[in-house]
Design a protein around this ligand. Sequence first.
Ligand code: GTP
Ligand code: SPV
Ligand code: MN
Length: 625
Amino acid sequence: MRRAIVEEHHILSGRYSMSISTMVRKQSPAPEGANAAVVSWVDEIAAITLPDDVVWCDGSAAEWDDLARGMVASGTLTRLNPEHRPYSFLARSDPHDVARVEDRTFICSAKEEDAGPTNNWREPGEMRTTLGRLFYGSMRGRTMYVLPFSMGPLGSPLAKLGVQVTDSPYVVASMGIMTRMGTVALGLFTDATEWVRAVHSVGAPLEDGQQDVAWPCNDTKYITHFPESREIWSFGSAYGGNALLAKKAFALRIASVIARDEGWLAEHMLIIKVTNPRGRVFHVAGAFPSACGKTNLAMMVPTIPGWTVETVGDDIAWLGIGADGRLRAINPEAGFFGVAPGTGFSTNRTAMDTIWGNTIFTNVALRDDGDVWWEGMSDKAPDHLTDWRGYSWTPASGRPAAHPNSRFTVAARQCPSISDDWEDPRGVVIDAIIFGGRRATNVPLVVEARDWEHGVYLGATISSERTAAAEGTLGELRRDPFAMAPFCGYNMADHWAHWLSIGAKLRKTGAVPRMFQVNWFRKAADGRFLWPGFGENSRVLEWMLDRVDGQVPAEESALGLVPRSSDLNLDGLDIADEDIAELFAIDKKSWLAEAESTERFFATFDGRVPASVQRQLAVLRQKLG
Ligand code: GTP
Ligand code: SPV
Ligand code: MN
């Protein structure tokens, strides 16, 4: 792949005989002792992208400060008022670069069927040609930063190493928060290390003397993955998962393929530690599609007495079977890239306390006092703001002040609810797995799977209303199996088969976690949410974990096991009986239609859906009667 690109650019440039070193104007030497394979890869990429300079990042605070100062000088960042938000910055992106671009995200496996119908596949050779053209000289006039990083606690047997190069200082600063990056990671590379290579360019080379813009990017975008060679090439965007390649591109798309090959799971899941009033500790992993409540559940403050929830991770979990035969999980990330709108002291106090300082905010609104604001931070909007695009804003403006996908980037260690075991190199033992989605209708507040196979069916059939986390039509219902539709690097039906095989192994070791489906987002006919959500979701956690603990019986329904009406703890909650009934209502006609749609969805996999998953659909229809 890399060779193909190197040859391609030589052909394009007509400079076949020119040596690599003469093409990069200036190159800071690699740190002493840097792994030779990493060094030669960095040289190769520099020879393609032709940056003015190459800088190896050490991950130090001084380096971060320098970068931030540079970005303030160049207009990329605005320093927030330190009295309100110390050491914090606001970035305003290009208005066309505000979310993941799923239709520009490609899986370039050798075989098309290995990408499957939920991914955009491109023939690897064809994509190499395209990338060769795009990346040739794409970093001219800019600095190429080299970021060695570890996903997972340094040295954990479950962690994986990667190197990203990028020409965006904003990406460097963000990756410094989101991953364990720099000298500490570089020191872990050996000749035997299998590491992920990630190349990122904003695709905006600068001619000599050309004035830069605050947020360079390119209308042409390619977020490209080569699962077999564990490589990522991302062009044209500096936003979120498009550009922070350790996150979705590596820790999910590439890692899911590594996990399939090695017998573990890379999932779009939060991880929490929950302690019940009897002092029993549980760990729960939960898959919810983008902007459907992972960060909020990960940081929730229970409203019911005696329960505590602590945070292990808010977006990604790597799960494998431990030496003890149990399912164990690590959070491969070191920070949170959290949705700002809707985050306030009444909904997510823990997040508000986490982002007190040392935080990069992107596309939120700026208050006149130099602090930040977004919809949902407080009930009443300030009288005047500067909106996410830099325009003057008042409550009468009739448009959101913060972009709906505006985000905060902050270190996990700043989170007051961070769990003492969040960096346990062995991972935490998972007792329960939750699948959620954003469904105004049909899906009950909570359902327990009858067994692992049924749980896999529940995961496989998640549908959810589209959010602002990706470009697309808001609110449109879409299939998002395991909340992984945009993130599974291989055929989704094979992913279900892989889950079934993990379940079969766990059954042998006698330790199968319970599985549940939840929906915080069911709405009444008048459009309001039926369930108060946020901290009140602890009531649902209580029922689920009492089930795990063998404390309560459950009732059979067509969809799975549901709470007896007396078992869901509603003490102190002001909620109408009719709303509770509506939260658990199962409408036979809608569910038969849902089964119909599931059958059509399964048919898109050309016979690859595992028989056991197909069987669950037949069972559902039979139970609906
Ligand atoms: P990604 O980072 O995109 O993967 O999102 P996420 O799954 O972490 O979602 P997050 O917790 O950031 O929530 C997204 C939006 O849903 C925010 O605006 C939240 O305020 C809102 N939200 C989260 N939990 C609840 C809930 O229980 N009820 C309601 N009504 N809204 C919620
Ligand atoms: C998501 O969209 O699920 C996110 C944000 O967590 S991003 O990192 O942009 O993918
Ligand atoms: Mn996410």
